[in-house]
Design a protein around this ligand. Sequence first.
Ligand code: PMV
Length: 358
Amino acid sequence: HTLETGSVTWESPSNIALVKYWGKKKNQIPENPSLSFTLNKCKTITTLSFTKKLKEDHTFSFDIYLDGEKKADFKPKIQTFFERIEIYLPFLKKYVFKIETENTFPHSSGIASSASGMSALALCLMSIEKQLLDADVSHKEDEGPFTQKYFNQKASFLARLGSGSACRSIEGALIAWGKTEGIEGSTDLFGIKYPYQVHENFKNYQDTILLVDKGEKQVSSTVGHNLMYNHPYALNRFQQAHQNLETLKEILGSGDLDAFNALVESEALTLHAMMMTSMPYFILMKPNTLEIINRIWNFRQKTGLPVSFTLDAGANVHVLYPHNESQKILQFIKSELVVYCQNGHYICDQIGLGANQT
Ligand code: PMV
């Protein structure tokens, strides 16, 4: 008996890096380790339907729909993804796929959907691999490799080959990716759950995303990572990321929020500094990004409240703060920061636990 047709659905979140991944080697191997908070509300929901081809051919057959609309311009990225992962999923050319996807956050919000999108697709593909194995009678007897751990690791491994940061979206709440001495079990190949005790200050940590610029990304992350080749500060930066992870490990244990804020902000500005000092060079912040940063700093100095920012490779600002200070800080965000958002648009999110099959 084989699997003729079916469909699977996964919803998978975005994530926000505290120590940033910027720069990669061949095969989506990161130049430095990174650590992220998995988000909760910013998600991609993907349904993957599959029908067995009458005769296997030499092409990947698939169509992609975003919010019900066929997206031909997404095809090259998925084509590349399938080419990279075919050796790990030999069934890919045997089926015709329909990929239907939607995001819980508005598209063209400037929020990267590659992490949530690629992880959702990788998880759907893993579910098919599992169904194929279940349908194969010869495999019924043994348990097979399909432990939950194997499933998640391979999903993360595959997601990485779609978009590096996507490997950090399978689970939560804190995910480490990239081999580094201080984190046991860390690997370049997939994300792992942060294996140490985390201080309760970081439980339900809040991330309010201020949408400063909803336009198309000025620099794709592929171009961005490539800027780290021959970058004059690259080696120091990669070393610094290892050190910052060590420091962050101490902070996560002790709950020192001042140290946390300093480290996370420095990481964000360093990421942007790398882009400003590459050739060609880019400024991805907008005037309103700087307005927001300055207001956060003033507010923090005035009130002593533990609020900080981080940035992706774009102009939007992620405002980070502990759950128990939400009321005052959210009040500040609404009264002072939201005016700098495009159309007053922002998203209140928090740390989440990872992807779900629906
Ligand atoms: O996953 P990519 O290739 O889109 O790279 C994303 C890199 C940053 O978001 C800027 C940093 C990170 O660690 O997520």
